[in-house]
Design a protein. Structure first.
Length: 295
């Protein structure tokens, strides 16, 4: 498939209601926040995981759409597939590369052709093992920042009880056990992202079909990820800026500044998406840039 020819930037708005969108292991799994401002944070790694899970679910074994970074699958197992496909024996990679100067590129091509997340996000495929497996290091065309809440959030620790006792000894002394859940009553988050046609063409081969799947994944990833701990999460709007060229027609930050998310008048404690207004100043779009909104 032919790589994309246009640069893109995008803004994704998503929200959470009575849930924990991204727990912080350094803070007892409390929702991540910026301690200086109180704004909520969701890491890029968290969002990429949900995109990977969505693609793996909807494609389910379809050639070219496997996932490289996934649960219970050592990276070395996937690396070995590339070597086996190209007929390189274990422990003899260095000699093979001396005999074939293009072997490194062939290995990277194999990984890009087979794994969607490598084509999309890139990957570090170098592992320091006795076999010295090295499938290269690729910077992917799709990059996400951290998502940040539009307003400061108020994490809450909610005490819960259960009637099922863990041990017989404990059951002799009590009838319930205590637990805790960490939630945000409501938070609207905004994440900004970048898609480089230059890297897609020169490095991974990220295609128009991959791009379409990525848009679908961002709009629907929370629908396949519901859990009691995360509450009600939903993608609300995806604002896409498409450049007429591969290298772009305007700086990314100027396009992001065209998106305004504001609380409605009189709302002091937002509790739903309807408490906000979202506007995009399309009249101020630079020449050579078009805007599409998906909701």
């Amino acid at each position: 498939m032919e790589a994309i020819k246009n640069r893109y930037e995008f803004v994704l708005l998503f929200d959470v209601e009575n849930g924990n969108p991204n727990g912080d292991p350094d803070a007892g799994n409390m929702p991540r926040i910026d301690p200086e401002t109180g704004f909520g944070l969701v890491t890029d790694v968290c969002l990429k995981r949900k995109i990977r899970n969505y693609v793996e679910t909807v494609k389910d074994g379809e050639p070219g759409y496997r996932i490289y970074i996934k649960d219970h699958i050592p990276l070395n197992n996937s690396d070995k597939e590339a070597y086996a496909y190209l007929g390189v024996e274990e422990g003899k990679a260095k000699d093979a590369k001396k005999n074939d100067p293009k072997l490194d590129q062939k290995i990277r091509d194999f990984m890009c052709e087979n794994f969607f997340d490598i084509r999309t996000f890139g990957a570090v495929m170098t592992t320091f093992t006795k076999d010295a497996l090295n499938c290269g290091h690729l910077r992917g065309p799709v990059q996400l920042g951290f998502a940040r809440s539009v307003d400061p959030v108020m994490p809450q620790e909610v005490t819960i009880t259960r009637i099922a006792i863990t041990t017989e000894k404990d059951a002799e002394k009590k009838t319930t056990e205590m637990g805790r859940k960490y939630i945000i009553p409501y938070g609207l988050y905004k994440v900004e992202g970048y898609i480089s046609a230059n890297l897609a063409q020169k490095a991974t081969g990220f295609s128009e079909a991959d791009l379409s799947l990525l848009w679908d994944a961002m709009m629907n990833m929370f629908e396949l990820d519901h859990a009691a701990a995360r509450g009600k999460m939903a993608a609300r709007e995806l604002i896409i800026f498409r450049h007429d060229s591969a290298l772009g027609n305007a700086p990314a930050h100027k396009l992001f500044n065209l998106v305004k998310v504001e609380r409605r008048e009189g709302v002091t404690a937002p509790r739903s998406y309807n408490d906000y207004t979202v506007t995009v100043d399309k009249d101020a779009l630079p020449e050579g840039v078009r805007c599409e909104i998906r909701a």
